[in-house]
Design a protein around this ligand. Structure first.
Ligand code: AHM
Ligand code: MG
Length: 335
């Protein structure tokens, strides 16, 4: 039998970034270097997650973060890996992390032009069961002349220069989008140690009968939210109700929604009037990915998620995101 030909023209993330850089004549290469540091942190987090059960990295670290969640050992390690990658890149002026109460200012990175927000491990409750988790990131550019202040990160998603996430699942998937650009998906080839472009120009299906929400919270939902989800359980035009899929890791639920379509929601409710997910490093970057892939993302007041401006770095919001038509349907229940 003939050997499958080896693909010698694969597009690695490095090649992709280099090709993007030459398209932008004003580019200095700083963003490319920042992305190299980002991808290194994803590779190392993926490595430790894969080995967690073997090297005693499961379970709690014995501490809790600013929002009061118990920290897992891997939450702490991933946060440290991410911070160190950003610091050593020299291109990151300041960093907001879910695991850090305050903004971290990298004083030594004097010429850095970027501000980054991240959730090092999203979906940590799934970690010890080996269920998919992820890292979410959002990149802002410092204002002209700024040396890096809080105002450089307390900005709406519309001003993001790049955002995305990495999902640590059966394989490691990186999804990246830049402002005004498309959404591209890369798969980590463990042998090569490289992210390979496997999902160029990702577009969400316009509609799909799948909903993803923690239905255990329905007791606390507002009436219109209950009315909307109940309507999905009735026979639709094709005579069938929607299917429910909820992993409990937003990154994994979002990745499936990107590929298959449907809707993911974490609404604000009577127990959490401001929602659960954080604007800077959970809602806004996901909203950018979904919009650039042809979908929509709104908050619980049906405002465009990308336009919501946080007052504080850990501010939360309700969120509905997914296929264009599915979000239109939610809006119709809020009129
Ligand atoms: P985390 O960042 O502390 O892991 O919390 C965020 C996670 C999301 O990944 C997920 O969508 C949500 O919390 C699940 O919450 P719940 O267990 O209330 O359904
Ligand atoms: Mg999270």
């Amino acid at each position: 039998p003939e050997m499958d030909p080896v693909n010698t023209t694969i597009v690695t993330l490095t090649r992709f970034l280099t090709e993007e850089q030459v398209k932008h004549t004003e580019a200095t290469g700083d963003f490319t270097l920042l992305c190299h540091a980002l991808q290194f942190s994803f590779k190392s987090i993926a490595y430790y997650i894969r080995r967690a059960t073997l090297v005693n990295l499961t379970g709690l670290a014995g501490s809790s973060n600013t929002t009061g969640d118990d920290q897992k050992k891997l939450d702490v390690i991933s946060n440290d890996l991410f911070i160190e990658a950003m610091r050593s890149s020299g291109k990151c002026s300041l960093l907001v992390s879910e695991e850090e109460e305050n903004v971290i200012f990298f004083k030594d990175s004097q010429h850095a032009r970027y501000a980054v927000a991240c959730d090092p491990i999203d979906g940590s409750s799934n970690l010890d069961a080996g269920v998919s988790v992820g890292t979410i990131f959002a990149v802002h550019k410092l204002a002209e002349g700024s040396t890096g202040t809080l105002g450089d990160i307390l900005k709406p998603g519309t001003e993001l220069v790049a955002a995305g996430f990495t999902m640590y699942g059966a394989s490691t998937q990186l999804v990246l989008t830049m402002s005004g650009g498309s959404v591209n998906g890369f798969t980590l080839d463990i042998g090569l140690g490289e992210f390979i472009l496997t999902h160029p120009d990702m577009r969400l299906p316009r509609q799909r009968a799948i909903y993803s929400v923690n239905e255990g919270n329905s007791l606390y939902w507002e009436d219109n939210v209950n009315a909307y989800f109940n309507s999905l359980k009735e026979a639709q035009e094709d005579g069938k109700p929607y299917s429910a899929r909820y992993i409990g890791s937003m990154v994994a639920d979002a990745y499936r929604t990107l590929l298959y379509g449907g809707v993911f929601a974490y609404p604000a409710d009577k127990k959490n009037p401001k929602g659960k997910l954080r604007i800077l490093y959970e809602c806004a970057p996901m909203a950018m990915v979904f919009e650039n892939a042809g979908g929509q993302a709104v908050d619980s007041k049906m405002r465009r998620m990308m336009e919501v401006v946080p007052e504080n770095i850990h501010d939360k919001s309700g969120i509905f995101m997914g296929s264009y038509d599915e979000i239109e349907k939610i809006k119709s229940f809020h009129k």
